[in-house]
Design a binder for this molecule. Structure first.
Ligand SMILES: Nc1ncnc2c1ncn2[C@@H]1O[C@H](COP(=O)(O)OP(=O)(O)OP(=O)(O)O)[C@@H](O)[C@H]1O
Ligand SMILES: [Mg+2]
Length: 319
């Protein structure tokens, strides 16, 4: 058989996973799956529990309760098997003074037990794939952020793992470096690798992931194929409004007259998602605002974007 991977098998399967730190429920009963050969975007604001989940999946921490399987092995009972099959890119680079990029990769190849020619091949292949051949002999502590992230991705790839767990790989990258990173992650999925990648920013991942999970304060607010999540939670209408004068008055008025919880304000510019049964509110909102004495500078209704979806699904509190 050319391909032993079945279409339905999950590369990562998380079931009712929780991790508490004292009273903090960093991860609180989450379940999701990363399908073979696909990219799963794990999105959430600061403190949502992304790193905690990823560390458990990389077998660097234990769940308080629940279970997770990576490449078919349990994180609780079979961590050694998982380590051979998983590449983990942490959210911090660590301190590696006096080491060149080649030595850095060689160090991790040794840690994975690769010997001589296999190690040399792995280092060359990784330098080539991540586009770091030209800086192979540069000290790692002199690298730009973009090159450092490439090298860190290389470190996760050095033992040719089936599953990749990448914690905020795009953090600190400029737009071009982000696009290049995205291309590399997509190439890896096309090679058959299964990838869990985190970010704060939904739109940063939405262009290239197959599935998403939106996490907030340890809870998974939505998960599944991007198109399904967009269909289920998207398609809403967003009102954008700006008035002259004191915007505090209009904020109070909106809160008193509209059945919507999420009203965001940027200077004099308000933005909120219409409640589901709001066609009536929409149609006469402008005239009611004018009748209430507000001098409306701008008023518009548009379809919700992915950013709105994220704002709608999360409550914006930082843990
Ligand atoms: N070792 C720890 N001890 C105590 N609390 C912890 C520990 N690790 C994480 N936490 C807490 O767990 C929660 C989730 O943190 P985590 O780092 O997983 O979030 P995150 O989604 O990765 O956030 P960020 O986007 O800032 O990286 C936070 O409230 C954090 O303070
Ligand atoms: Mg984190």
């Amino acid at each position: 058989m050319e391909n032993t991977v079945t279409a339905t098998a999950a590369a990562i399967e998380v079931r009712h996973l929780s991790r508490y730190f004292g009273a903090t429920r960093a991860v609180d009963d989450i379940s999701f799956a990363v399908r073979q050969g696909t990219v799963f975007g794990f999105i959430g604001p600061n403190g949502a529990g992304k790193t905690t989940t990823m560390r458990i999946l990389a077998t660097l921490d234990h769940p308080t309760s629940g279970e997770a399987e990576v490449a078919g092995f349990s994180v609780v009972s079979d961590p050694e098997q998982i380590r051979r099959r998983v590449g983990y890119m942490p959210d911090s680079f660590g301190s590696f003074s006096y080491m060149s990029c080649r030595e850095y990769l060689d160090f991790f190849a040794r840690a994975y037990g690769l010997r001589r020619s296999a190690r040399r091949d792995a280092v060359s292949r990784t330098l080539a794939f991540t586009g770091t051949e030209g800086i192979a002999d540069k000290p790692v502590d002199t690298l730009s952020m973009g090159m450092r992230q490439r090298l860190c991705l290389g470190r996760a790839l050095i033992h040719d793992p089936d599953v990749l767990i990448l914690d905020e790989p795009a953090a600190g990258l400029d737009p071009r470096a982000r696009i290049e990173l995205r291309g590399m992650i997509r190439d890896l999925a096309d090679q058959g690798k299964s990838i869990l990648v985190s970010s704060h920013i939904l739109t940063e991942l939405a262009d290239f992931v197959d599935d998403i999970g939106i996490l907030e304060r340890g809870r998974l607010r939505a998960a599944g194929p991007l198109a399904d999540v967009r269909r289920r939670f998207g398609g809403k209408r967003v009102v954008e409004l700006a008035v002259e004068g004191d915007s505090a008055d209009v904020a109070v008025w909106l809160q008193n007259h509209l059945d919507t919880e999420e009203i965001t304000c940027h200077g004099d510019h308000f933005c909120f998602i219409c409640p589901d049964d709001s066609s009536e509110i929409e149609s006469d909102l402008l005239s009611r605002l004018v009748a209430a004495g507000f001098r409306v500078k701008r008023f518009g209704i548009r379809e919700s974007s992915l950013e709105d979806l994220f704002m709608d699904l999360t409550e914006g509190e930082v843990a």
